[in-house]
Design a protein around this ligand. Structure first.
Ligand code: SF4
Length: 340
């Protein structure tokens, strides 16, 4: 069993507050980080003030790799709990802090180790492929982890006659099943409440109202299937639809010639995209797609984390070793990109 204590649902938790992200705050954060030999990492879905104060901003896997390669002895991971756990798995000798351990993830919480063991028992011999949005305990029960960028390559690397269990995201699973045409792929019915709330009807309406816009779509979105359907029907040119991880969205923003882009993922992503390509008009497909777990990491929470060395993330070494093996297999296959 993992020794990490998973946070309670953040749905009723009150975030740490009362601190304005002004220049005095920024100075204190920088001074504390220097004094404690800490590097601050922020996920693309964090509030703009946290993204701007961080030493590095990016997607979950890229940040975990930066954590492992960093000279700093302490990692302050501004993201959700499973992401900080992944950093600890890849950097076991460093102190990993998350500014508020109650920042969970509805997708990662949709399957636990016991549920995965029971599912495996129903399909002996099946290969388990898990998206990186999972707890350390689930990663330890997994054969190969994957990101949204390499999920298709990971599944395609498994012999065609072997059953595959894919978890936890049903939308990413449906995308992989469609791309590989594989009938022996079983998909866990988990979902992210934020991405599931971005639906096909909204996307269709926004695409019709903005016919010249590119569509950047995260494959966890409920609308990923709709986007491909619209393209197949000729309602949206196929080349305008891009299914991308958050890290790939930033790269694509720098490369596209489009003047406007509709973005189907958590709204925090818009901040990085606008910084990467200020001349492009980026708009959310759904303005209400905001992750309350990500927004638990407030300016007050970051200050508390640096002042008090809280909340420290621990992963049982035996669980971490098994989880590390499934993460390393992911990195060996295809281009892992960055996950969420
Ligand atoms: S946006 Fe969804 S998948 Fe991402 S951290 Fe929030 S709940 Fe989890």
């Amino acid at each position: 069993m993992a020794t990490t204590t998973l946070p309670d649902s953040a749905s009723e938790a009150v975030p740490f507050g009362g601190v304005e992200p002004d220049e005095a705050w920024a100075e204190e954060v920088r001074a504390l980080a220097q004094r404690t030999d800490a590097v601050i990492l922020a996920h693309n879905y964090q509030v703009p003030a946290i993204q701007d104060i961080a030493d590095h901003t990016g997607d979950s896997l890229a940040l975990s790799r930066i954590a492992a390669a960093s000279d700093a002895s302490t990692i302050v991971f501004c993201g959700v709990h499973f992401m900080a756990e992944t950093a600890k798995i890849l950097a076991p000798d460093k102190t990993v802090l998350i500014p508020d351990a109650r920042a969970g993830c509805s997708l990662a919480d949709s399957i636990d180790g016991a549920q995965l063991r029971a599912w495996k028992a129903e399909h002996p011999g099946a290969v388990v492929v898990s998206y990186v949005n999972t707890t350390a305990e689930v990663k330890a029960e997994t054969d190969i982890c994957c990101t949204s960028s390499n999920a298709v390559d990971v599944v395609a690397s498994i012999p065609a006659d072997q059953e595959v269990l894919f978890c936890p995201d049903q939308f990413l699973g449906a995308h992989v099943k469609r791309e590989t045409g594989r009938e022996n792929l079983h998909v866990w019915a988990g979902e992210c409440h934020v991405h599931a709330g971005i639906n096909g009807a909204e996307l269709t309406a926004r695409a019709a109202a903005n016919p010249d816009a590119d569509l950047f779509i995260h494959p966890e979105c409920g609308c990923a299937t709709s986007a491909l359907y619209l393209a197949g029907e000729g309602m949206v040119p196929r080349e305008k639809v891009r299914i991308l991880s958050t890290g790939d969205m930033v790269r694509e923003a720098r490369a596209t010639r489009a003047k406007s882009v509709l973005v189907a993922t958590e709204v925090g992503m818009l901040h990085q995209l606008r910084k990467a390509a200020p001349g492009i008009d980026f708009r959310a497909v759904n303005d209400r797609a905001s992750c309350r777990f990500m927004k638990m990491i407030t300016p007050a929470a970051l200050l508390r984390s640096l002042r008090e060395g809280a909340d420290e993330v621990h992963v049982d070494p035996e669980i971490a070793a098994r989880a590390r093996a499934s993460v390393r297999r992911m990195i060996e296959i295809g281009k892992p990109g960055g996950g969420e």
